[in-house]
Write a protein that binds this ligand. Structure first.
Ligand code: AMP
Ligand code: GLY
Length: 423
């Protein structure tokens, strides 16, 4: 098999690392990749949304399968593009078609999907510039805090939670009338605040069958104690200790099954990962979001716990034979700690040399924002490198990750030292 992965983060490095273990793999390419993927695959300088260049490359190299990391190309229809091109339509793409990718591309679409299929979620209503007044009224009838969500993709910044009613109204105005998030906030979903602890569940489906992958919890805020600005994710733990058998049973029956069945009923073809963001309210799961891809850094803890040959698993997704796969999961806990550039998630500098990578032992280093420059690994993004470790429990695994993070250094390096504090 010759496989092309689209993307350049820690998620794509973890997927490349795992695919590389398969005896079925002949050649692996990552477009555009990072310094980490270049050590185990061939990086290709093609952007994830440059479909014609991807097409030329796939034909030229005789690629047998494309695995899509981020949501952007999915929401832009990369899978549909392959199906519409005679020279590409026989090549499996792991990732949903555009219609189903709207589950991530539009919050309103996702909420309507959940309502239609009785999937538990927060009560909501959506508004546009034509009914701002109704939006104010809706806010007045809700209890604080107020949750406002830009409908479209807003680089993870489109959800605003406010305690003050007047601030919430001002925010609604700014999203709808001042286009705070551009066209992404032309529609705004306002919803009931859910009070509880968050976790994520990952599902792999071939459109007919599905496998529930390990759970994970990520730490989104930059500051210790979950304070400060949101980031892409500062670290993750899998499995989530409080997701016991009883709770997982509820998630399976109330969320996972109706989601996969709902996709079928709505005629939304789906071959790929579904990332379900949940809040545990009391003892019940409620869905806060769908993503149509794996999470980052969740992939860096979920994928290392899957013991199957990932090429075989993806072949089963493509061939709609996931029911034939017996998923084997490592019982150990995996944790990952993300090192980030100084200043992130605000502005930060790039090009800082990263030292100490070779001295890391008994952990796996997944590169995120890195690149090679004159033979040196340098920073090339906000999130730089994730250090993943196994342990009997999350405390043991974290201890190992932190021990190795201490060996890494680059100017301005920052990371959260309190992962797991809430467990
Ligand atoms: P989302 O992009 O929908 O995942 O939202 C980003 C973050 O906002 C989530 O990870 C939650 O922490 C928070 N959030 C979203 N919706 C709600 C809600 N209804 N109640 C409480 N917190 C929420
Ligand atoms: N870590 C959150 C995400 O990938 O969306």
């Amino acid at each position: 098999m010759k496989i092309l992965i689209l993307g350049s983060g820690g998620r794509e490095h973890a997927l490349a690392w795992k695919l590389n273990h398969s005896p079925k793999l002949n050649k692996l390419y990552v477009a555009p990749g990072n310094a980490g993927t270049s050590a185990m695959a061939n990086n290709v300088p093609i952007g994830v949304n440059d479909f014609p260049a991807i097409k030329d490359f796939v034909i030229q190299e005789g690629i047998d399968m494309v695995v899509v990391g981020p949501e952007d190309p999915l929401v832009n229809g990369v899978h549909d593009y392959f199906l519409e091109e005679d020279q590409l339509k026989h090549i499996p793409v792991i990732g949903p078609q555009k219609a189903a990718a709207t589950l991530e591309g539009s919050k309103e679409f996702a909420k309507e999907f959940m309502m239609r299929h009785q999937i538990p979620t927060a009560q909501y209503e959506s508004f546009t510039k034509d009914n701002v007044e109704a939006g104010y009224e809706f806010l007045e009838n809700l209890q604080a805090p107020y949750v406002l969500k830009a409908d479209g993709l807003a680089a993870g910044k489109g959800v605003v939670i406010l305690n003050d009613l007047n601030e919430a109204k001002a925010e609604l105005r700014s999203m709808l009338l001042d286009e705070k998030f551009g066209s992404a906030s032309a529609t705004v979903v306002i919803e009931e605040f859910l009070d509880g602890i968050e976790l994520s569940v990952f599902v792999l489906t071939d459109g007919e069958n599905y496998k529930t992958l390990p759970t994970a919890k990520d730490y989104k805020r930059i500051g210790e104690g979950d304070t400060g600005l949101n980031t892409g994710g500062m670290g993750a733990i899998s499995p989530v200790p409080f997701a016991d058998k009883d709770f997982m049973g509820k998630i399976e029956e109330r969320v996972v099954k109706p989601t996969v069945e709902g996709l079928k009923k709505d005629n939304l073809p789906y071959k790929g990962f579904i990332f379900i963001g949940l809040i545990k309210v009391g003892n019940d799961p409620k869905v806060i979001e769908y993503n149509v891809r794996m999470g980052d850094p969740e992939t860096e803890v979920v994928i290392p716990r899957i013991q199957n040959d990932l090429v075989e698993v993806f072949e089963a997704v493509a061939g709609q034979a996931l029911d034939k796969i017996d998923l084997q999961i490592d019982e150990r806990t995996a944790t990952t700690v993300m090192t980030v550039s100084g200043g992130y998630p605000g502005s930060y500098e790039k090009g800082k040399e990263i030292l100490g990578i070779d001295s890391i032992e008994d952990s796996i280093v997944f590169h995120a924002g890195t690149k090679l420059e004159n033979g040196k690994v340098v920073t090339n993004g906000g999130r730089v490198m994730a250090v993943t470790s196994y342990g009997e429990d999350f405390k043991e695994a974290l201890k190992q990750s932190y021990k190795n993070v201490d060996k890494l250094s680059f100017e301005g390096m920052n990371y959260r030292k309190d992962l797991g504090f809430d467990l």
